[in-house]
Design a protein around this ligand. Structure first.
Ligand SMILES: [Zn+2]
Length: 193
């Protein structure tokens, strides 16, 4: 996901390039399990401080259901707009001083947003971060209604059936947590007043 932007950097503000991407990103992040390529478009726009990269992608990931812990297939949209700044002057090759930077201060310190001395703009880190931002906090077999997870429902009904067969202890049946059951005996030993 690297783009040589030397020519674009020499062009006037407003110049743009568009790329269609269909990239395999298995090695982008060990914590991600992609089931598809990253597919979409990237627009690179020459702005005063460097290049504004706007990405509109989608990818299918394998996530874990928050209810049953089974793997689930999840399509994830990945959208971003980030301004990249050049490390060097494209005409002279001279390293630019921080005070020469014309964009937002926060963009100045982010290494992921640097166009390197060979004029390569790399969107890998931006893509990686935005995939994580797009993943739901709790994924599930049934994303709209977590309780509709079929595995969870099956477990729930098996649990209910087991209870109907009298598997529960008498105190559980009475709504008492078995872990605290031993305390009941102490209750009887307390002096009554
Ligand atoms: Zn599930």
């Amino acid at each position: 996901m690297e783009f040589n932007v030397a020519q674009l950097m020499k062009e006037a503000i407003g110049a743009r390039r568009e790329f269609a991407l269909d990239d395999e990103i298995t090695h982008l992040d060990a914590g991600l399990t992609p089931l598809s390529h990253l597919i979409g478009t990237l627009e690179l726009l020459r702005i005063h401080s460097g290049i504004l990269a706007t990405g509109a992608f989608h990818i299918t990931l394998e996530l874990q259901c928050g209810r049953c812990l089974e793997p689930v297939t999840f399509p994830v949209p990945v959208h971003f707009a980030e301004s990249f700044r050049p490390l060097t002057d494209v005409e002279t090759g001279r390293f630019l001083l921080p005070e020469e930077f014309e964009g937002q201060v926060e963009d100045l310190t982010d290494e992921a947003l640097l166009i390197d001395a060979q004029h390569i703009l790399d969107i890998s880190e931006v893509v990686r971060q935005n995939i994580w931002l797009s993943i739901p906090i709790v994924a599930g077999c049934a994303p709209i209604d977590q309780d509709a997870c079929p595995h969870y429902r099956k477990l729930l009904s098996e649990f209910t059936l087991a209870n109907e067969d009298g598997v529960r202890s008498p105190s559980e049946a009475a709504g008492i947590d078995p872990r605290w059951e031993a305390l009941l005996a102490l209750q009887d030993e307390l002096p009554s007043n």
